[in-house]
Design a protein around this ligand. Structure first.
Ligand code: UDP
Ligand code: MG
Length: 333
């Protein structure tokens, strides 16, 4: 019999202490039903300030399939996912949220879909977002509409980060050198043969969402500016349209003066025109700022994340022996 395929589950944790045990129980139960495969779980602790890390280390001591990566601080979910994908050794790789909103039963369904179709990616689409607030659903839907109108490489609507990818897809993702990583866009950019399955997104098992309105807004900006330059170029067209309208208006004033003589009133319309154009210019500069700021950050070539320590059974010190854990470790001294 050939060696069973290894499936890596990649899971970011940020202040999830109230949900770690439930996650462990649910995931190991699911593994028990999938005997054909072997599993590893890359648990990335994204700088949690509560007891999450301690609990994860305990789990890694109990079950060697669970490996823990501790970041030096909170780098954000995209960085945590990137680290997990960098370190995962599996033939099949599945990112999943640690709050059980992507139910672990999806792991089996994703693998089944991959077995049934000759594909490299199986997407998990949320058929029902009832567990999200109305505000979140509306803003998510607006985001997908705007993003897909602007970006050339579309992202599928209501598909989060949870999906199955084969090794070739993850290796392709690793080829993309950008440091600020909008994963949904990167996943779409690499392409590959894809099928989609649907699932119902459960409510959080415990704790509360880590994405506030402001964080989501910045996440959306990051996505759009990473994958579309249309907001930059649009100002050329706005400028040309404005200049044409102004030229026509000037012509109109000249003709009117010639016919009716000099006309003093009109400060209100002048004020409106000045204020309006001033604001449009400020917005234009702001859009430039979004891009220049990102180019600036990217040009520093700082790593996406720094690892403080990694843990797996038999080794609670730095960098266990299989070499994979040496990536991106913080420099000493
Ligand atoms: N997360 C993270 N770093 C962060 C914020 C969130 O690793 O800075 C993790 C979090 O622990 C969870 C996943 O990302 O596993 C999704 O976060 P959350 O459930 O808060 O987002 P939502 O489901 O509300 O969009
Ligand atoms: Mg969640």
């Amino acid at each position: 019999m050939s060696t069973p395929l290894l499936v890596s589950i990649v899971c970011p944790f940020y202040n999830e202490e109230s949900g770690v045990t439930a996650f462990f129980d649910a995931v190991t139960q699911e593994f028990a039903q999938l005997e054909k495969y072997t599993f590893e779980v890359m648990c990335v602790d994204d700088g949690s300030k509560d007891g999450t890390l301690g609990q994860l280390i305990e789990i890694s001591l109990k079950d060697p399939r669970f490996k823990v990566v501790e970041f030096s601080r909170n780098f954000g979910k995209e960085a945590a996912l990137t680290a997990g994908l960098d370190l995962a050794a599996g033939d099949l790789i599945i990112p999943i949220d640690s709050d059980l909103q992507d139910p672990p039963s999806l792991i089996g369904r994703l693998i089944q879909a991959w077995e049934d179709h000759d594909v490299d990616v199986v997407l998990a689409k949320r058929s029902n977002r009832a567990s999200d607030t109305l505000g979140k659903r509306l803003s998510a839907s607006a985001f997908y509409d705007i993003y897909n109108a602007l970006a050339q490489i579309k992202i599928p609507t209501n598909v989060g980060d949870c999906r199955l990818m084969t090794r070739i897809v993850v290796d392709a993702l690793k080829l993309l050198p950008e440091k600020q990583r909008f994963m949904k866009g990167l996943f779409a950019w690499v392409g590959f043969k894809t099928v989609t399955i649907e699932y119902t997104r459960d409510p959080r098992s415990a704790g509360s969402s880590k994405f506030s309105g402001w964080k989501l807004w910045n996440f959306a900006l990051e996505g759009i500016t990473s994958f579309s330059s249309l907001p930059l170029r649009i100002w050329t067209y706005m400028g040309v349209t404005g200049a044409m309208i102004t030229a026509l208006y000037a012509l109109f004033i000249v003709i009117r003066t010639l016919i009716f003589g000099v006309d003093l009133p009109g400060y209100a319309s002048l004020l409106v025109a000045v204020l309006f154009l001033g604001s449009v210019q400020l917005i234009g500069i702001g859009v430039l700022g979004e891009y220049i700021g990102r180019t600036y950050m990217e040009s520093k070539r700082r790593p996406t994340y720094l690892i403080r320590k990694t843990y797996q059974q038999g080794d609670t010190k730095n960098s266990p022996g299989d070499g994979r854990f040496r990536l991106n470790t913080a420099p000493k001294g």
